[in-house]
Ligand binder design. Structure first.
Ligand SMILES: C[S@@+](CC[C@H](N)C(=O)[O-])C[C@H]1O[C@@H](n2cnc3c(N)ncnc32)[C@H](O)[C@@H]1O
Length: 515
């Protein structure tokens, strides 16, 4: 799509189903068709046929979420074109539906001299558009499962093979920029919060530094550890030292909605704090996002968070949303087995309407294509923190790795968006600074912690505590036999009668909900 890609890089997002057709032989043709259709869309973005054609190819290539995204655009275009045609019969559609023409002659003609042929052509066009709309909606439903309130489909978060090389890695310039942000945040702390960082503390030099190879450099040729970043102590640090106060512009909240309503459309109660989803400082006319809160109900926090990222990219006029420094710094986790749900309304319709509200032409501006929205979402998913009513990305906090015996704590301030990050133990220069991603798990055994951490990690937690406990269990000969990898032979408690291999039902493989 964005770049031509090698078929060996193809990773479908549709979970494999029993009896699925093998499309390996067809792949080169499908990829070539996809590239051709994308070029056609760039040339004629308002032609719904183009979007529908590409949706069919994306479905064959097993990208259900992207097929739904393209059918959504085909339907929107059909609806707009049909509405205009029905509204005023003097309008004619130009080449590939790319422009409108007003038939002045028809405007002057009286009813008797009206051109019957022209009427027939119009009826034919209307019928073709209505048929196309119905076909697009049918294809959409083939990729979705119905829920009571909105339509959902299943998919696996994956890196898309056409993503440009610069969007797959964080280059040294970005790492240097984030290091400057740490320095600026520390300087701000000294200047604005003398209680947290008493005068003279900064004379000792900065506290944190972002580095590559956070868990060590691997010698394995197929393993690039340089992409694993982590925050390290730049000098000796005493307990209670505040490292940074991390402020953000990217957050979401489930209340209040239109008219200040805090009642939640989907059953819960919205947040009573008046700051969300619009801060009083925000221009209520141009940035009114309360409609998102009304539409998304209890899911609004995550959707608003994603929309704020998109709005930030538009406001900062970046060439591509994945270039934005707030987006580019976030690393996703593509867990092999984690099947999630995507929603037509929440992941496609609302973000696209938000883009339109902020002036993006969602048909012509390819850098905001559906795959970009899903790529952004994968990054946000892996880096946001949330409570039942808020969801937020703290730009510096998102660089800290997890440990089950952390040396740093984090606390959210009353505005729900600012985070205080503080050292909790004596730390020596050069040591990595770790936070705890889930404080509720600290008293749990290795197995339970690993299970929980799999939300963020695509392999076992590499922290010192997990490694120590694993080694202790192995030394005691209590090796895990249940397959969980971490129970030490007793945590899973697999009963003797329960050792037979269990059947895997489709519903079991779908049980991991994304939201
Ligand atoms: C919030 S980010 C932290 C910064 C990240 N290391 C980076 O390079 O941007 C979370 C990701 O860091 C990695 N990570 C964090 N803690 C880890 C741990 N204890 N063991 C292994 N990987 C960890 C995982 O890849 C995880 O998805």
């Amino acid at each position: 799509m964005e770049t031509h890609f090698d078929v060996t890089e193809w990773q479908p997002t549709k979970p494999t189903e029993p009896g699925e057709e093998d499309i390996t032989a067809e792949l080169p043709t499908l990829v070539a068709t996809l590239n051709q259709q994308t070029n056609d869309i760039y040339r004629h973005p308002y032609n719904p046929n183009g979007w529908f054609g590409r949706a069919e190819t994306l479905m064959r290539l097993r990208y259900p979420e992207l097929a739904v995204g393209d059918t959504h655009k085909a339907v929107l275009l059909c609806q707009t074109l049909l509405a205009r045609l029905c509204d005023d019969r003097r309008y004619r559609l130009g080449h590939c539906m790319g422009f409108w023409m007003l038939d002045e002659a028809d405007a002057d003609a009286d009813a008797e001299t009206h051109d019957d042929d022209e009427d027939a052509r119009r009826d034919d066009l209307e019928q073709r558009l209505a048929d196309l709309q119905a076909d697009a909606q049918r294809l959409q439903l083939e990729n979705l499962y119905h829920s009571p309130a909105f339509e959902e489909g299943i998919f696996l978060q994956r890196p898309y093979p056409w993503m440009q090389a610069r969007h797959r890695r964080r280059d040294d310039a970005l790492v240097a920029k984030i290091n400057r942000e740490f320095e600026e945040a520390e300087a701000r702390l000294c200047r604005d919060s003398p209680k947290e960082r008493p005068a003279g503390q900064n004379d000792k030099g900065r506290c944190c530094i972002l580095k590559r190879h956070a868990f060590g450099e691997s010698t394995a040729p197929d393993k690039d550890t340089s992409e694993l970043l982590g925050v390290f102590a730049a000098r000796d640090l005493a307990p209670e030292t505040v490292l940074v106060i991390d402020e953000t512009q990217a957050w979401g909240c489930i209340g209040p909605g239109d008219g200040g309503s805090t009642a939640n459309l989907s059953g819960g109660t919205g947040c009573s704090d008046p700051i969300h989803p619009n801060l009083p400082s925000e221009d209520a006319n141009s940035e009114d996002l309360r409609w998102i809160r009304e539409r998304a109900g209890k899911y609004a926090a995550e959707i608003l968070l994603q929309c704020r990222f998109l709005i930030g990219c538009i406001a900062d006029k970046v060439a591509h949303p994945l270039d934005h420094t707030l987006v580019a710094r976030l690393t996703p986790t593509y867990r092999l087995e984690k099947v999630g749900l995507f929603s037509l309304e929440h992941d496609i319709a609302i973000p696209n309407e938000c883009l339109q509200q902020f002036g993006i032409d969602i048909f012509a501006e390819g850098e905001y294509d559906t795959w970009v929205l899903f790529t952004l979402e994968a990054r946000i998913d892996n880096n946001s923190w949330s409570d039942p009513i808020h969801s937020c990305i703290s730009p510096l906090f998102s660089l800290f790795n997890h440990s089950c015996e952390p040396n740093v704590s984090w606390k959210i301030m009353n505005d729900h968006t600012t985070m205080v990050i503080r050292v909790t133990k004596d730390v020596h220069e050069g040591e990595q600074l770790f936070v705890d991603y889930d404080g509720f798990m600290k008293d749990q055994p290795l197995q339970a912690r690993r299970k929980r951490m799999s939300k963020w990690l695509d392999a076992d937690c590499q922290c010192t505590r997990c490694q120590r406990e694993e080694a202790e269990q192995e030394a005691a000969g209590r090796k895990c036999t249940c397959g969980c990898g971490g129970c030490g032979g007793d945590g899973g408690g697999t009963a003797e009668w329960d050792v037979a291999e269990k059947p895997v039902f489709p519903e079991d493989s779908w049980k991991v909900r994304r939201r």
